[in-house]
Design a protein around this ligand. Structure first.
Ligand code: 3PG
Length: 211
């Protein structure tokens, strides 16, 4: 089952990072992303009623969409998110215990790393994919150069990924990307223009499949 979920994540190519939406808008934003073809939603744990949202969204989409917890900084938080129904645990940092409890629960682990040493350490701990963070600060060439010696390790650059650079990241060897602000447009959320979020999702997915 985990194997299928990982495949779904790779096929989708995108994790949408839903960070601190107003609670009453969260489902509308999620629906807009899913309507645009996004198959993996991350609710950051600093979101108001984050655990409740994870449970609610998992129930809403069932197996059609992966729902995970983001900005998970320690094992205790990972456990509560997994109990709430999270399919994956996403983090900006690499914490060994967090990776290990996640894997033990048969849940997808995607810790955040920057250096080649951290990438290999995370993989050795059992992580399924590595979030290369902050993605655009490190850059497309960073991913390209890493993929020569470390191409066997699935990498997902996150942070500052845009419509302009997403295709380049995929071509450079990224298996997927995490998308926050450039996908969930702040103005669109403020103005409740959910169709803008759907259109943006479609554009990103098109760019990824073209690459
Ligand atoms: C985040 O910190 O919310 C994620 O890394 C996404 O970053 P982005 O908004 O730059 O895509």
């Amino acid at each position: 089952e985990k194997h299928e979920k990982l495949q779904q994540l790779k096929d989708s190519g995108v994790i949408a990072v839903v960070r601190r939406p107003p609670f009453e808008q969260a489902v509308h934003i999620a629906d807009a992303l899913v309507a645009g073809g996004v198959q993996a939603l991350e609710i950051t744990i600093d979101t108001d009623r984050a655990l409740e949202l994870i449970t609610l969204l998992k129930d809403r989409y069932q197996d059609r969409v992966l729902v995970g917890a983001g900005t998970v900084l320690n094992a205790e938080v990972a456990v509560t998110a997994i109990e709430a129904g999270a399919d994956f645990i996403f983090s900006p940092i690499l914490d060994e215990e967090t990776v290990k409890v996640t894997i033990r629960a048969n849940c997808i682990s995607i810790p955040g790393v920057m250096t080649p040493t951290e990438i290999v350490k995370g993989y050795q701990y059992g992580a399924d994919m590595l979030k290369i963070f902050p993605g655009s600060s490190l850059g497309v060439n960073y991913i390209k150069e890493l993929s020569a010696p470390l191409g066997h390790i699935p990498m997902m650059p996150t942070g500052g990924v845009t419509l302009d650079n997403v295709g380049k990241f995929i071509k450079a060897g990224a298996v997927a990307v995490g998308l926050g602000g450039s996908l969930i447009d702040k103005k669109a959320v403020e103005e409740k223009q959910y169709d803008v979020i759907t259109a943006r999702s479609q554009q990103f997915i098109q760019e990824i499949h073209k690459a």
